[in-house]
Design a protein around this ligand. Structure first.
Ligand SMILES: Cc1cc2nc3c(=O)[nH]c(=O)nc-3n(C[C@H](O)[C@H](O)[C@H](O)COP(=O)(O)OP(=O)(O)OC[C@H]3O[C@@H](n4cnc5c(N)ncnc54)[C@H](O)[C@@H]3O)c2cc1C
Ligand code: HEM
Length: 397
């Protein structure tokens, strides 16, 4: 437990943290990678370049300081971060490395405001947060290990087959090389893929499991990221890895899941582009579990050439009267033949109003940042409670 004096000292730094949060975390990452290069392989350099990782850490630190005397409200944030850390094999011994560099950065960036009292108070507060996270991570590691077919760390998988889903998305069917069983996962969860880099180090990425559990293998579906430079891992998977090749995989993690209850509330899935992967898995599971449950599934795509899983979705909709499936194309190649279940434009309030009969449902959203923000705005204007809105972001939030 922290003393009231420590709590007060930490809370008094909130304005300075809000003002300098991103500078602080930029300084922190630069310092940590210089002094402790051994932790660099945990991090995705692209998230540093884009600033998303700095923002996420700065947001987490400020939220922690704001709620240091009422930590229950951080429960969902702890769950998200602990799952992300567990997927990347962050261990208790890494926390002092982060702590040491974070406190040194607070000292540098806050200047005179970083009195010895501020630094010791933040030291104690950091240790408490580190314990909360690493305790939850220890539970996740143990649960993953103890499941039937479960494991800890990385396990070798063979690419059984590669299936092209669209001009930019390819599915990889993965089976364990040891031939032993696989654990069940909850639709919506992701695995971690670790690949070698040209500099001799490795790098890791998360990929959502894109079908419901079959017990036979995992499927991930990867969008090839083209840019300056091209995406490292997605390009490697698309261009270097083939059926028969071996890849390192970490166990399923993640808290963006359907839930196991017998809830009858309508389900609304809103997918943007590649964000369809966890939602397709959830949809397939939801229909298998209760074919009568009212479901709206909307997939937004640029056009038909980049669209994945259309045949599978059409098949599900043809067999499931309770599923209202809709495709929304921004600029279709053949606007006259997009079919009955489709329309042109972005997903907006008018379309959602048209498709969703019962607004009081459970919403699951995954897509690019702008898409998620736009969906969030509509649901906020409809007064949908936060507890009924579930989101997955394909990068730090
Ligand atoms: C929970 C979760 C689930 C996910 N599920 C999926 C999924 O199902 N399918 C899927 O395809 N992806 C998924 N992702 C995203 C995936 O993890 C990767 O982020 C994605 O494949 C891109 O990785 P990459 O190595 O190819 O690209 P990176 O090398 O990480 O680059 C990402 C982007 O940044 C740009 N970039 C890189 N370096 C620089 C630089 N120095 N300057 C400017 N720009 C730069 C690249 O051009 C690229 O557009 C998921 C992510 C998370 C967190
Ligand atoms: C109390 C200490 C810590 C806090 C508050 C914290 C917070 C966070 C947050 C908020 C995210 C983003 C989650 C998301 O939105 O996806 C994150 C991701 C991450 N964290 Fe931590 N973290 C801490 C300690 C550590 C440690 C000790 C390590 C290991 C060296 C670590 C490695 C990572 C990595 C690799 C990611 C993913 C980032 C990426 O993909 O580049 N974190 N953490």
């Amino acid at each position: 437990m922290l003393s009231q004096k420590i709590i007060n000292t930490v809370k008094a730094t909130i304005p300075a943290l809000v003002e300098n949060g991103e500078e602080l975390t930029k300084h922190f990452y630069a310092r940590m990678f210089e002094h402790n290069p051994e932790v660099a392989p945990f991090f995705n350099p692209a998230n540093q370049t884009s600033g998303r990782q700095q923002k996420a850490l700065a947001g987490a630190i400020v939220a922690y300081a704001q709620n240091i005397d009422n930590l229950e409200v951080l429960g969902s944030a702890v769950e998200l971060i602990a799952n992300k850390h567990a997927s990347l094999m962050v261990k208790p011994e890494h926390y002092p490395v982060v702590g040491k560099n974070l406190i040194a950065s607070i000292e540098s960036v806050l200047g005179d405001a970083a009195t010895p009292e501020v630094l010791t108070s933040w030291g104690a507060a950091y240790e408490m947060l580190a314990n909360i996270l690493s305790n939850r991570e220890a539970e996740l590691y143990a649960a993953n290990d103890e499941k039937i077919g479960g494991w800890n760390g990385f396990r070798n998988f063979r690419i059984d087959k590669k299936v092209v889903e669209s001009a930019i998305i390819t599915s990889f069917y993965l089976v364990p090389v040891d031939g032993k069983p696989l654990p069940d996962y909850v639709p919506g969860q992701y695995i971690t893929v670790r690949v070698p880099m040209k500099n001799g180090l490795t790098t890791m990425r998360n990929y959502s499991l894109s079908d419901r559990p079959s017990g036979e293998g995992f499927r991930i579906s990867v969008k090839r990221e083209v840019g300056q430079p091209d995406g490292l891992v997605s390009t490697y998977l698309h261009t270097v890895m083939n059926a028969g090749d071996t890849i390192e995989v970490g166990p399923p993690c993640g808290e963006f899941v359907l839930g196991n209850d017998d809830n009858e509330r309508p389900l609304i899935f809103l997918a943007g582009g590649i964000g369809i992967t966890p939602l397709y898995s959830m949809l397939a599971q939801a229909i298998a579990r209760n074919p009568k449950r009212e479901i709206v599934f909307v997939h937004a795509c640029l056009d038909e050439t980049v669209q994945a899983f259309k045949d599978n979705l059409d098949q599900l909709a043809n067999l499931s009267p309770a599923l209202n499936l809709h495709y929304r194309y921004v600029s279709p190649k053949t606007p006259d033949s997009i079919g009955e279940r489709a329309s042109i434009g972005v997903i907006d309030e008018a379309l959602l109003d048209d498709l969703i009969e019962t607004r009081d449902g459970d919403y699951f959203i995954c897509g690019p940042q702008g898409f998620m923000a736009a969906m969030g705005d509509v649901l906020k204007s409809w007064n949908i409670a936060d507890a009924h809105i579930h989101t997955e972001s394909f990068g730090p939030q």
